[in-house]
Design a protein around this ligand. Structure first.
Ligand code: NAD
Length: 260
């Protein structure tokens, strides 16, 4: 329970990897604020379970495309829970289509949610962390922060941007007890991956099984999906005192994908 007394705010944590972060941080004693969209009753069940694990837990419905809402979410966390000591920029969406026909609205949405929201989160949280002389900022990047795949122009661009933002924020906060890192998973079995299967089938003219085996797992030498819990365990490690000198790093957890 090394995070007792700390608070953590995780964006996009009503599902998938974000929810796994929230559970893993709460299991170490952190009070958490979750965020994201979804079924209200299901979100309340998750919030209550987190509260039972580590004390008061909050839910924010802030839309990661809206800078003002992101600032208000951080302020509410500060007012009602304290901190935030740990922030994880995790909310993300995907759209799979060739550049030729890629909808402009989709490009703008993906850049806003997957990249700009991390900047707004940092802008709101860094002054509070500086005042506490301690902070952990983590973003969920992707193997696509290091390499590209066709038909994912906005996503690949946003994730490469997270890599640069992480390095810049790490340099700016290095003397304040704050570390800034990102985690780059390969394919993790979550709704985000499930939802892109139909578009990938269409874009590449493949069956569902072909998409899973020949596209998703093709690039992952272990031939296995990463689990959300494995990603969350790495984030928990980055919150430890032993990780105090790890900053500006981009950690792959991708079954060997980007080693090729
Ligand atoms: P997911 O679809 O399970 O979760 C996405 C979360 O983001 C949900 O909680 C959703 O409600 C939230 N969200 C979406 N739009 C939002 C908005 N406008 N405002 C606030 N919240 C919003 O997906 P996931 O796979 O858990 O993805 C989480 C992160 O991990 C993303 O940044 C994604 O790019 C990254 N990632 C996923 C994989 C993978 O294979 N699943 C691999 C590498 C990186």
């Amino acid at each position: 329970m090394f995070l007792k007394g700390k608070t953590a705010l995780v964006t996009g944590s009503t599902s998938g990897i974000g929810l796994a972060y929230a559970k893993a941080l709460a299991a170490e004693g952190a009070q958490v604020m979750i965020n994201g969209f979804g079924d209200a009753a299901a979100i309340e069940t998750e919030r209550a379970a987190l509260e039972a694990t580590s004390g008061k837990a909050l839910y924010s419905d802030a839309d990661m495309t809206k800078p003002d809402a992101i600032h208000a979410m951080v302020q509410r966390c500060h007012d009602e829970l304290g901190g935030p000591d740990i922030v994880i920029a995790n909310a993300g969406v995907q759209h799979v289509e060739p550049i030729d026909t890629f909808p402009i609205a989709k490009w703008d949405q993906i850049i806003a949610i997957n990249l700009s929201s991390a900047f707004h989160l940092m802008q709101a949280a860094i002054p509070l962390m500086k005042a506490n002389k301690w902070g952990r900022i983590i973003s969920t990047a992707s193997a696509h922060s290091k390499v590209a795949s066709p038909f994912k122009s906005a996503y690949v661009t946003a994730k490469h941007g997270i890599d640069g933002l992480t390095k810049t924020a790490a340099l700016e906060t290095a003397t304040f007890g704050i570390t800034v890192n990102c985690i780059s998973p390969g394919y993790v079995w979550t709704p985000l991956v499930e939802n892109q299967i139909p578009d990938t089938m269409k874009a590449r003219n493949l069956t569902r099984e072909q998409v899973i085996n020949d596209v998703l797992l093709d690039g992952q030498p272990t031939k296995q999906f990463v689990t959300a819990e494995q990603v969350a365990a790495l984030a928990v490690f980055l919150c430890r005192d032993e990780a105090a000198q790890i900053t500006g790093s981009n950690y792959s957890i991708d079954g060997g994908w980007t080693a090729e």
